[in-house]
Design a protein around this ligand. Sequence first.
Ligand code: FES
Length: 110
Amino acid sequence: MNTVNITFQFEDGQPEQTHVAAEGESVLDVALNNDIQLQHNCGGVCGCSTCHVYVVKGEEHLPEISDKEEDFIDRAVNPRINSRLGCQCVVQAATQELVIRIPPQNFLGH
Ligand code: FES
């Protein structure tokens, strides 16, 4: 089973952290398992925009973005070209190292 390193960077200035993730785990799972604050109002089922992250490296080996995910990203705070929803970024067999940037979490999400 594939395991990869996920490096988390933080827009609020916290020092970056790197954690190991296994195939089948999402960026949201790995964040929460390591006490990294990432909002997740819908519980990780692509039903909100609060787990919004920026994929700095490794996007090409993540699952393709769905129309539903795109719709929610449009509603996220400050979406960019490399925006994804953390719960939809699931580590695949082909996934290599990921670098993920976490936006500030002090917003009222929906
Ligand atoms: S937690 Fe709601 S879309 Fe990811």
